[in-house]
Design a protein. Structure first.
Length: 94
């Protein structure tokens, strides 16, 4: 079994938390699993410009024989961002 955790915070309103974990799910070692997950939050020096991303990717592998592997994978991403082209307004006209 191995596990990894990472956490990052920066002065520009950026925060990220990530986990990567591997585990044996059966006594005989033929079923294993892995989970990757992350949350990423970003701010901006500009008002109302921010983003939040959530990511989860589970994997389960079954090895019934040395020549056979059955792998089931999943992936989920929620990506909430403000669409921003950084346009300049001059005299209230973009």
């Amino acid at each position: 079994m191995s596990r990894g955790l990472k956490r990052r915070a920066e002065a520009d309103q950026t925060r990220r938390f990530a986990v990567d974990s591997n585990v044996v799910l059966s006594r005989d070692g033929t079923v294993t699993g892995r989970m990757n997950a992350a949350i990423d939050q970003r701010g901006s020096f500009r008002d109302f410009v921010n983003s939040q991303r959530e990511f989860v990717a589970p994997v389960v592998m079954w090895t019934p024989t040395p020549q056979t592997r059955i792998i089931v994978e999943g992936e989920y991403l929620n990506d909430a961002r403000v669409f921003d082209r950084s346009s300049l307004a001059v005299n209230n006209v973009v």
